[in-house]
Design a protein around this ligand. Structure first.
Ligand code: GDP
Ligand code: MG
Length: 438
């Protein structure tokens, strides 16, 4: 899915001006890509409809960066489709919070029970895991092994008891033992049937869990969505955990679950290990599908804050490698209005981890100092910082009331930024219209 969509948008980006036909064509491809990824047909139809409406309504074709605008709209709508914002577990004020995990056999309930307990413990909770799958051979044993691995205690009464009694006893045990979260691993079946549902409804009524989370296997695509729908109708789910998203899934389930069932995806399983569970962020997932890190957020910020015309001139300079210390100063001042530089850099795919950027931090006073240093340079030096030798450095330091180290640091930052700007210029075109290569 990601690949196809990225291909579509690459075509779009390579065009300067867009016509209505370009947009139509791109949306047709988006539609096919979604259907191919096993996204529910009706969901796709609504989705494309919404985008079309916005794409036409927002005068994007006349805007400076039409392709990016279209991509941004698609990204926004994808995010909305998946629930908009992150959905958290509802931890109750009077512990223990009881979380019941339900789902079909093999979906990943037992594994996820341990992953979730592990995650919550990392957040400072005291979890207790409960083995209430009394049918699957060795299910309780499996949970106990996971308990040993993670050091999280497991409550069970063996396989002779019924799940309702086990769960009730576990909650009581947690209350007395000071455990504040209880994850209940329930039994699944190969298929949805009355027996399974009745049993789960029983647990729900007697144990009154605060959260019922459905665990579904993302690899099963639309089936996962149908399962979610049925479970939700019978049990009233609080959320869905999508497992095996690390595998070779086409991503369709992630996109349709919320739209079809109304239940948000709360976590995603990204592997077999106990730490492979992540909160689900619709916006990040959307960006991942569109393959551009958080670059959209960056574009958004940049567009809101940077004067478009100036940005264009800057881009020209960057492309022509005429980025000078004067520009640097101006850039710094503009960057300041965007927020912490580190945060901005973190949003650029491929640059996020770059360690040479770690010391690119500027505070207000630093900026004043930089300003003074640059102003103490001759115009020649500002344009060709390469000529600044030791004696020039000493002169500049004296003139600006700083030290040679300060001057050195500034020059280092400048050269790094110059490099960064070149990368940016090639990638996004700061402020738009760029080539947007990755
Ligand atoms: P249950 O029957 O619902 O309890 O499912 P299990 O927890 O026993 O998991 C079934 C299989 O799926 C096991 O082999 C797990 O290791 C595997 N599994 C669970 N979650 C994930 C995941 O997020 N990624 C991958 N790759 N495998 C998973
Ligand atoms: Mg199990």
């Amino acid at each position: 899915l990601a690949e196809r969509l990225q291909e579509t948008f690459k075509k779009l980006r390579n065009k300067g001006k867009l016509t209505e036909k370009d947009v139509e064509q791109a949306l047709r491809e988006v539609r096919l890509a979604l259907l191919e990824a096993d996204v529910n047909y009706k969901v796709v139809k609504d989705f494309i409809g919404k985008i079309k409406e916005r794409a036409v309504g927002e005068e994007i074709l006349k805007s400076l960066t039409p392709a990016q605008q279209v991509i941004k709209i698609v990204n926004d709508e994808l995010t909305q489709l998946m629930g908009g914002t992150q959905s958290k577990i509802n931890l109750v004020s009077k512990p223990p919070t009881v979380i019941m995990l339900v789902g079909l056999q093999g979906a990943g309930k037992t594994t996820t029970a341990a992953k979730l307990a592990n995650l919550l413990r990392k957040q400072g909770r005291r979890p207790l895991m409960v083995g209430a799958d009394v049918y699957r051979p060795a299910a309780i044993k499996q949970l106990q092994v996971l308990g040993e691995q993670t050091g999280i205690p497991v409550f069970s009464l063996g396989e002779k008891q019924n799940p309702v009694d086990i769960s009730l006893a576990a909650v009581e045990y947690a209350r007395q033992g000071g455990y504040d979260v209880v994850t209940i691993d329930t039994a699944g079946r190969l298929h949805i049937n009355e027996e399974l549902m009745n049993e789960l409804v029983q647990i729900k009524e007697k144990v009154k869990p605060h959260e019922i989370l459905l665990v579904v296997d993302a690899m099963t695509g639309q089936d996962a969505v149908n399962v979610a729908k049925t479970f939700h109708e019978r049990l009233g789910l609080d959320g869905v955990i999508l497992t095996k998203l690390d595998g070779d899934t086409r991503g369709g389930a992630a996109l349709s679950v919320k739209a079809v069932t109304g239940c948000p995806i709360k976590f995603v399983g990204m592997g077999e290990k106990v730490d492979a569970l992540e909160p689900f962020y619709p916006d990040r997932m959307a960006s991942r599908i569109l393959g551009m890190g958080d670059i959209l957020t960056l574009i958004e910020k940049a567009q809101a804050n940077i004067d478009q015309e100036k940005a264009r001139q800057m881009e020209q300079k960057i492309l022509q490698e005429k980025f000078t210390l004067e520009d640097f100063l101006e850039q710094l001042q503009q960057m300041k209005s965007l927020g912490p530089l580190e945060e901005i850099i973190g949003m650029i795919p491929g640059l996020a981890g770059a360690k040479q950027l770690k010391n690119l931090q500027f505070d207000e006073r630093e900026l004043v100092r930089i300003e003074a240093i640059i102003q103490s340079m001759t115009p020649e030096e500002r344009r060709n910082p390469e000529i600044i030798n030791s004696s020039r450095k000493r002169r500049i330091a004296r003139g600006s009331g700083t030290t040679v180290q300060d001057v050195n640091r500034l020059l280092k930052q400048f050269f790094q930024t110059q490099k960064l700007m070149k990368q940016l210029g090639g990638m996004a075109g700061f402020g738009g219209r760029g080539k947007f290569k990755k």
